[in-house]
Design a protein around this ligand. Structure first.
Ligand code: PLP
Length: 362
């Protein structure tokens, strides 16, 4: 009755709701630092735009997302035909996998990186080569290149990488893109690009003109604070975009999502202010961790990966204190919160780490 490909998969587990956690732990307030959402909210223009919208609930939305498409095209200097929109990048990952993968194919991705790349390869019956990140938490591009074989269809490059926050610089990425065979799709997931400050960070769009096999992914969920509206997009060569469009459900961005994204996009000042505050709190965070001798990966995003011995226990202790963070195999990923919240969380984290690893007795 069931599909063989789904045998080893489990549905996404969101865990208890914030209300349930408040109840269970007797907390008045929960600070959500587990999903890299924008802790400063969204542009006030968004509320205004959606309240002034004609709504038209009975009509299907614009299946081309034309207004947003044209605005992005102008801002990014890429022709409108090079864009494809999804219900968040989550759906874009589904569509790319659906369009390119079949049984016998394989994908290459880093580890750890964004889990959905694996999940949708699996659903399509393709296999996954997970290439461990290097000791700095960066994609190991040499090993990823070495892993290419005739079954390789897609290489997922998450830059900056979720959950490590690290980035590949222009020189490293240029070299990699030049070496990879042109019949392998390279997806550059740039969900966090707006937070980047490094001068040598490569803008994926610069690769598009010369490389028909490169796709760039961007989203309104993180820096624009619109995770609830589900708008993400791919930019790529005409032929590749056309191919993915074949598997896209035509009305995948609701009208209000299109309106919200356009309003958010036009408010540069709000986004810039979020990014500025993020950098400020990020700097405070790394000084604190440095002072305490706690190790972490250098981040270019709105989250930081802190290496701890017992990630699950540390996350649990933070939760008891009202802070939700995310546990991974060898550390915790913390969304960089507002200044005051982050200062308090860091105290909690420091205590938690000390509790986990008491001073060795003499
Ligand atoms: C958050 C995230 C996404 C998905 O974002 P959407 O909300 O679905 O647009 C995709 N890739 C990475 C690396 C992310 O962190």
């Amino acid at each position: 009755m069931f599909k063989k490909n789904l045998e080893n998969l489990r549905a996404y587990n969101p865990g208890p709701s914030t209300d349930e956690i408040k109840q269970a732990y007797g907390l008045e307030r929960i600070v959500k630092l587990d999903s890299n959402e924008n802790v400063y909210g969204a542009s006030p223009n968004v509320r205004k735009a959606i309240s002034e919208d004609m709504l038209l609930p009975e009509l299907y939305p614009d299946c081309r997302n034309q207004a947003l498409r044209l605005e992005l095209s102008t801002r990014l200097g890429v022709g409108p035909e090079h864009f494809l929109f999804g219900a968040g990048l989550d759906e874009m990952i589904v569509l790319i996998s659906r369009a390119f993968l079949e049984s016998g194919d394989s994908i290459i991705m880093a580890w750890p990186t964004f889990y959905e790349y694996y999940c949708h390869a699996q659903i399509e019956g393709a296999t996954t080569k997970r290439i461990p990140c290097d000791s700095d938490g960066k994609h190991d591009l040499n090993a990823m290149f070495e892993a290419i074989d005739p079954t390789t269809k897609i290489i997922w490059v998450c830059n900056p990488n979720n959950p490590t926050g690290t980035y590949l610089n222009a020189e490293e990425l240029n070299d990699f893109i030049q070496r990879v065979p042109k019949d392998v799709i390279i997806v550059l997931d740039e969900a966090y690009i707006d937070f980047v400050t490094a001068a040598d960070f490569p803008n994926g769009i610069d690769y598009l003109a010369m490389n028909e096999n490169v796709l760039v992914l961007r989203t309104f969920s993180k820096s624009y604070g619109l995770a609830s509206f589900r708008v993400g997009y791919a930019i790529g060569g005409r032929r590749v975009i056309e191919e993915i469009d074949k598997v896209r459900p035509p009305f995948n961005n609701p009208r209000l999502s299109q309106v919200a994204a356009l309003a958010a996009l036009k408010d540069d000042a709000f986004k810039d202010e979020c990014v500025r505050k993020n950098n400020e709190v990020s700097a405070m965070t790394t000084s604190f961790l440095d002072a305490k001798g706690i190790s972490y990966y250098k981040t270019q995003a709105n989250f930081i990966f802190v290496k701890v011995a017992e990630p699950k226990k540390v996350a649990e202790l933070c939760k008891k204190n009202g802070y939700l963070i995310n546990a991974f195999q060898d550390g915790v990923r913390i969304t960089i919160g507002k200044m005051d919240d982050m200062k308090e969380l860091l105290m909690v984290l420091d205590h938690a780490i000390k509790e986990m690893s008491p001073e060795p007795s003499k």
